[in-house]
Ligand binder design. Structure first.
Ligand SMILES: C[S@@+](CC[C@H](N)C(=O)[O-])C[C@H]1O[C@@H](n2cnc3c(N)ncnc32)[C@H](O)[C@@H]1O
Length: 193
């Protein structure tokens, strides 16, 4: 299977994670419109649920950089979620869905990964790594300059049960809207940094 188009969504739904089907379909609409050779970044890949949805519809020669330290998040540890073998499970899933050759995996912190990208080189960026206020704010400040003018920034879990996510976005002062479930989207104005 080279092009998973969500006609067999039951299969994709077996990938554990926190990316809602409506969010997957919404972000796919934007990804499908990207030009050939687009560079995309996802912060927080877990077992590949969102990554498979995005990589399945990349334009020709498009690349999705999946950034995750694969140690699980603080909230996973508090909820006793088993985060062992995350990288292995992620890798198996992207192989199983035929998108491994479109994904470049960066096993490192979101902050460390941000240093590897040139300013205004990415479109779009999906933020879904740590969910506490300080981390989300740091991710926004580190990654927003990397987004191309006119590009899209998506943040998952923009919802009252994740107050750190909402507050960080408000503190940084980005305007946006929820486009599906808790997926928030901002369109970077042309001419800003
Ligand atoms: C909510 S999960 C991501 C869910 C995923 N997008 C999905 O579709 O299911 C958050 C992920 O972010 C990773 N993570 C948390 N803090 C991070 C950080 N500071 N740098 C890199 N990865 C981080 C965790 O290891 C975890 O896999």
């Amino acid at each position: 299977m080279n092009q998973y188009d969500f006609t067999g969504v039951e299969e994709w739904n077996r990938i554990e994670g926190w990316f809602d089907l409506s969010e997957a379909i919404a972000i796919q609409k934007f990804v499908k419109q990207l030009p050939p050779g687009a560079n995309l970044v996802e912060l927080g890949s877990y077992k590949g649920r969102s990554g498979v949805a995005i990589a399945s519809v990349l334009p020709p020669n498009g690349v999705l950089y999946c950034v995750d330290h694969f140690q699980g998040s603080e909230e996973h540890k508090k909820s006793n979620i088993d985060t062992s073998n995350l990288l292995e499970t992620f890798t198996k899933n992207i192989e199983r869905f035929g998108v491994k050759d479109k994904i470049y995996t960066l096993q490192m912190s979101a902050t460390e990964a941000s240093k590897k990208f040139e300013p205004e080189s990415i479109d779009p960026i999906l933020l879904d790594a740590a969910h506490d206020y300080d981390s989300v704010k740091a991710d926004l400040l580190n990654w927003y300059p990397k987004l191309k003018p006119g590009g899209y920034l998506f943040c998952d879990d923009y919802a009252p049960n994740w107050p750190g996510v909402m507050r960080a976005i408000e503190t940084v002062g980005l305007e946006g809207k929820v486009i599906a479930a808790s997926l928030w989207m901002h369109n970077k104005p042309v001419g800003s940094v």
